[in-house]
Design a protein around this ligand. Structure first.
Ligand SMILES: *Cc1c(COP(=O)(O)O)cnc(C)c1O
Length: 363
């Protein structure tokens, strides 16, 4: 085979490992009734209103979507008070994370992010062969003070997740404000809020958009809104930053059914409230289950939790697969990440975990 020289960053890049699909485990084990708690999806699926809205638009798929995304931007504007010229739509927020990096970072620049942060930050940095500045976490959380200090002359962008995936850790508004005040105005700060819907009372990022024109708030419809398969996210920023992002966005990056679904999902607040309640109850169920098994966990404000299995995570993961439960090893010693499921899914996972780890419940 002839040698095809890839860009240096891409030659060294190890691709993102998605959660194992249910269909794959079904094929491997010849098993049905599999519980997937690996990708932080909404265990309720999506709202019925979304299904109706998508069904009503099926006849439209022969046409190109609206490249400007008018209907979705209008809904985002109505709900979050941010005008169309400050909204960028993405094919999932992963698409947006890549657009941010490509718009502002070149190979002689650096990108700052935390240890134990979302894996995509390092992947998009590597893909453009830029320098990665990974700041050690504090406990499992972002160390915002250290991240501000880590900014160098060539730093163009900082990725922050609140709450963070895979740790579930978070920071408060006052800490973030202090951080933003320290970051030079010519450095873009991406605040990735993929899980903000689960604990919205804790952090209002939108008010920071007015104070900091270098801030980008990134949201996704994949988690609480239950649209992971359709791929929709949106970014909120200043008009100036948004203008740059839209220059490199693919003209039809969000498809029509995805936009229709996103509008219906954003409007259905009762589905979000229900999802939040299911998540709260499931979180409590898993925490109580871990405590009974004598296992520690990292407190989380998301729809997943990182548990210390006191064992090799790969072995435990494989053991759980054999029990028909898919969770996620995330490269943190002794820990596995588990998405919060329905009550029945959580119960099946806890029973399988006890079996695989050979643990007896301690009162
Ligand atoms: C799941 C997740 C995303 C993105 O998901 P998309 O499906 O691409 O919108 C982004 N950031 C974090 C931290 C996530 O956990």
């Amino acid at each position: 085979m002839t040698f095809v020289p890839a860009n240096e960053g891409i030659a060294k890049l190890k691709p993102y490992q998605p959660g194992k699909p249910i269909s794959e485990l079904e094929r491997e084990l010849g098993m049905t009734d599999i519980v997937k708690l690996a990708s932080n999806e909404n265990p309720l699926g999506c709202s019925d209103k979304v299904k109706e809205a998508v069904a009503a638009e099926l006849a439209e798929i022969g046409r190109y979507p609206d490249g400007g995304g008018f209907i979705l931007k209008d809904q985002v504007q109505a709900q979050f008070g941010v005008a169309h010229d400050r909204i960028t739509l993405g094919n999932g927020s992963n698409d947006l994370l890549e657009i941010f990096a490509r718009a502002f970072v070149s190979s002689s620049d650096s990108v700052v992010y935390s240890q134990h942060a979302f894996a995509v930050y390092s992947l998009v940095t590597q893909a453009i062969n830029a320098e990665a500045v990974e700041v050690p976490a504090k406990g499992f959380a972002h160390d915002l003070d250290a991240m501000a200090v880590a900014v160098k002359a060539n730093t163009k962008l900082i990725f922050i997740a609140n709450p963070n995936n895979p740790t579930g850790t978070w920071f408060e508004e006052s800490e973030f404000d202090a951080f933003m005040q320290k970051v030079p105005a010519n450095v873009i700060v991406v605040l990735d809020e993929a899980y903000v819907e689960y604990f919205p009372e804790n952090f209002n990022s939108l008010k920071f958009l007015e104070d900091y024109p270098n801030l980008i708030v990134s949201r996704t419809m994949s988690k609480c809104y239950g649209l992971a398969a359709l791929r929709v996210g949106f970014a909120l920023a200043s008009a100036e930053v948004t203008n740059y992002l839209n220059r490199i966005r693919q003209p039809f990056n969000v498809n029509h059914l995805a936009m229709v679904a996103a509008v219906a999902a954003l409007k259905d607040e009762s589905f979000i409230e229900l999802s939040r309640e299911v998540n709260k109850a499931g979180m409590a169920q898993l925490q109580a289950g871990f405590e009974k098994l004598g296992l520690n966990y990292v407190p989380s404000r998301a729809n997943f939790i990182l548990v210390d299995v006191q064992a090799d995570p790969a072995q435990t993961f494989n053991g759980l697969l054999k029990e028909g439960v898919i969770v996620r090893p995330v490269g943190i010693a002794n820990h596995l990440r588990v998405s919060i499921g329905t009550e029945a899914e959580n119960a099946k996972f806890l029973a399988a975990l006890a079996k695989v780890l050979e643990l007896e419940a301690v009162a």
